[in-house]
Design a protein around this ligand. Structure first.
Ligand SMILES: Cc1cc2nc3c(=O)[nH]c(=O)nc-3n(C[C@H](O)[C@H](O)[C@H](O)COP(=O)(O)OP(=O)(O)OC[C@H]3O[C@@H](n4cnc5c(N)ncnc54)[C@H](O)[C@@H]3O)c2cc1C
Ligand SMILES: NC(=O)c1ccc[n+]([C@@H]2O[C@H](COP(=O)([O-])OP(=O)(O)OC[C@H]3O[C@@H](n4cnc5c(N)ncnc54)[C@H](OP(=O)(O)O)[C@@H]3O)[C@@H](O)[C@H]2O)c1
Ligand code: SF4
Ligand code: SF4
Length: 645
């Protein structure tokens, strides 16, 4: 009962008691009231009851509420019927609290959601994201925000939160030109972090620039038509297209060509999404679907039966080998020469399988529904409809089959392994004679005061030699990784270590292949996920959530230096593994310290607050894994506006 209803009841009760205090003066009265009086009270009570009930109903169903006065909370995001259909379920049976749902068909296994989630709700399982601890979800929605595919593969449901979008620089969707005329932006940095998209935009932006350059008067002060800043997949595709179009170009890369791909974990399978986007630009083909793996549905549709194989298996093995060689030369435009030796064996295997299948279809057609169950039957068909034919006729049949095999290989490409893609694309750039200024960082891009061109200033190599280029157009393809933060120790960028007679940089800013380090004294600086993971990886091997110490001849002497505390965004799983390594004596962690001095085979450690020296330890490599800066400031310095929502 509500307070108002209790008050009304009490008032009526008090009234009743009060009127009953009057003596009965005449017949026809009950207590202090006449029949009419009692009837009036009865009608009044029923009326009040009716009003209260009606008001309750109206409130419940909002009949009487003015539309503009409705202040409902935002609706909770649940899966739509189309999404349920895509997930191949009729109703979703997950928990009713907020948590992410993964659409595995769309997921490219890029790790972004896993990295973004501070609560270890997600993990990569079989190359795709998976929800492994929905009950740990704290609804901050970062996993959905960072998911790069469109539509998103990671969707947070049962949440009423408005999910923000990532900041993105202003650019024209059709031409990729920013709000600074003549300056274009492509790839990750424009807001869509997908390789296929970056490659496509790299080719398209140069088409735009070539058309624009043809329309405008030449600029004698600009020695280049276009400067491409950043040579990831987007920039590489742009320079290849500029080369094809005979534009004068300069490519500037602060690390090495395709460094983002090179920094993926060793052996990572790279997906090429979205399927709806066609390849465009000079980097278009890689892998050819030749990598054996679970995404390869090779041959499942039309298995070759035993009688066929017994009869013609040997014949087709020979044919497969010869046709693979022809196929390789026919596809030489798409396969760099230096990969031929590596690609030949899997191509031969694939071609043999495909040739068998195609011949089976061809001979079955020739048999005109006659069922062939014996090896002799197959042999006879092959003899009559292929072996007995003249060479030009045989060649025509094989050519059609090769064409079909090449098309099916390319249709099947879901991606390939990091190593093969790197080798393929670097081979393509080398073959075309593309030259890139590596280890050169672009520091500023300014419109010239005395003409229609840009002045691009860079710093080259560890000596930071200043260089200036004048270009009519600029393409920014700088990705989103930003520049790694530096330790700010005086000789950080120049100091080298000589191991096995080879001088190498002593201070490194990423660790992509822990197996490359064995028996080394390593110092890692940082208290975030990158530093913690690197420290663990250099002394142990991960096997899912558990870790196994490296054998003595493969481990390293690792010291993790944390200037304050382990960062709050470090994943629970990473913390556990770090503590386990500590407990097992596999590594050393020092808090409240930093590096004071770098020497070739030592580092001097200091108290981070007082700068007092605390220790000097033997050391080969230093990994400075201390975060990085988004490139927004750089873009804003050029005059490009960034939308933040
Ligand atoms: C672990 C991981 C896995 C991924 N998996 C996939 C996947 O399976 N499929 C997929 O499609 N995508 C994947 N991605 C995303 C993909 O890597 C990016 O979308 C792609 O690299 C974008 O290409 P880009 O050319 O725009 O930028 P980037 O590849 O980032 O290249 C930018 C380049 O610019 C350089 N640069 C930056 N600033 C400057 C400067 N001031 N001067 C000179 N050079 C500069 C950088 O050093 C870098 O080499 C993954 C990403 C990560 C991190
Ligand atoms: N598996 C994963 O999920 C995974 C793996 C790697 C990275 N990531 C994500 O990628 C992003 C970057 O990660 P990150 O670890 O490279 O960086 P980060 O999360 O930004 O952490 C940087 C760490 O470096 C320290 N630091 C900064 N400047 C320093 C300096 N000059 N000297 C000494 N220490 C310094 C910081 O200390 P203070 O705290 O004192 O500032 C902090 O501990 C994060 O979002 C991270 O979660 C995720
Ligand atoms: S990022 Fe946030 S919303 Fe996404 S799974 Fe992790 S805790 Fe949940
Ligand atoms: S961010 Fe999206 S595409 Fe990347 S792993 Fe997660 S769900 Fe898959």
């Amino acid at each position: 009962m509500k307070t108002s209803q209790i008050i009304i009841s009490l008032v009526l009760l008090t009234l009743l008691i009060a009127v009953n205090q009057f003596p009965m003066t005449s017949a026809g009265k009950f207590g202090g009231l006449s029949v009419i009086g009692w009837a009036s009270i009865g009608v009044f009570l029923v009326g009040v009851g009716f009003v209260v009930a009606a008001s309750d109903i109206a409130r419940t169903f909002r009949f009487l509420t003015r539309k503009d006065a409705v202040n409902l909370p935002p609706p909770v995001r649940v899966l739509s019927p189309a999404e349920l259909e895509e997930l191949e379920i009729k109703t979703y049976k997950g928990p009713d609290y907020p948590h992410p749902v993964i659409f595995t068909e769309r997921c490219i296994g890029c790790h972004a959601c896993v990295d973004a989630c501070p609560h270890d709700v997600l993990a990569i399982v079989d190359g795709r994201a998976a929800v492994i601890a929905a009950d740990q979800c704290m609804e901050d929605t970062s996993c959905q925000v960072v998911c790069p595919v469109n539509p998103k593969a990671c969707i947070v449901i049962n949440t009423a939160k408005k999910i923000r979008s990532q900041p993105a620089p202003t650019r024209d969707a059709a031409t990729y030109m920013t709000n600074v005329p003549g300056c274009y932006i492509i790839g990750d940095v424009s807001g869509v972090p997908l390789i296929k998209n970056a490659v496509k935009e790299g080719a398209e932006v140069i088409e735009q620039i070539a058309a624009e350059a043809a329309k405008t008067a030449p600029e004698p002060k600009a020695e280049y038509d276009v400067a491409v800043i950043g040579i990831g997949p987007g920039g590489a595709s742009a320079v290849l297209t500029a080369h094809e179009k005979n534009l004068r170009y300069v490519g500037i890369e602060q690390e090495q060509i395709l460094s983002t791909i090179a920094s993926y974990p060793k052996g990572k399978y790279i997906f090429f999404k979205p399927d709806s986007t066609d390849w465009q630009g000079g980097l278009k083909v890689a892998g050819l679907g030749l990598v054996k793996g679970k995404y390869d549905d090779d041959g499942a549709a039309n298995p070759v039966n035993n009688a066929f194989d017994d009869a013609l298996g040997e014949e087709f093995n020979k044919l497969g080998k010869s046709q693979a060689a022809v196929l390789l030369s026919e596809m030489s435009n798409e396969i760099p020469a230096k990969l031929h030796a590596e690609i030949a064996p899997p191509l031969e295997e694939k071609t043999t399988g495909e040739i068998k299948r195609l011949f089976k279809d061809y001979l079955e057609e020739k048999a005109q529904s006659r069922s062939i169950s014996t090896a002799d039957g197959w042999r006879e068909l092959f003899k009559n409809h292929f072996a007995a034919l003249a060479k030009p006729e045989q060649d025509t049949i094989l050519k059609v089959m090769r064409h079909e095999i090449a098309a099916s290989l390319q249709r099947k490409i879901p991606g390939d392994q990091r190593e093969r893609i790197l080798s393929f694309w670097l081979g393509r750039l080398e073959e075309k004679g593309i030259s890139i200024n590596e280890q050169e960082s672009c520091k500023s891009v300014k419109k010239a005061d005395d003409g229609n061109y840009f002045v691009i200033k860079t710093e080259q190599g560890s000596a930071k030699t200043s260089k200036t280029y004048n270009a009519r157009f600029v393409v920014l393809a700088i990705g989103l990784r930003g520049s790694p933060n530096k330790l700010r120790v005086p000789n950080e960028e120049t100091i080298q270590i000589t191991l096995n007679g080879q001088p190498e940089n002593k201070v490194l800013y990423s660790l992509s292949n822990p197996d490359a380090y064995k028996g080394r004294h390593v110092v890692i600086v940082g208290g975030g996920n990158s530093a913690v993971e690197a420290a663990v990886d250099l002394v142990a091997k991960r096997d899912g959530a558990t870790i196994v110490p490296r054998p003595p001849d493969q481990t390293n002497k690792v010291t993790l230096l944390v200037r304050s505390y382990i960062a709050t965004n470090v994943k629970f799983g990473n913390k556990l593994q770090l503590y386990q390594c500590l407990d097992d004596g596999l590594l050393d962690v020092q808090f409240g310290v930093g590096i004071k001095e770098l020497r070739e085979r030592e580092v001097v450690i200091m108290n981070a607050k007082t700068n007092a020296v605390t220790a000097t330890i033997p050391n080969d490599y230093v990994f400075a894994l201390i975060g990085g800066e988004r490139p927004d400031k750089f873009l804003e310095s050029i005059g490009i506006t960034i939308s933040k929502s």
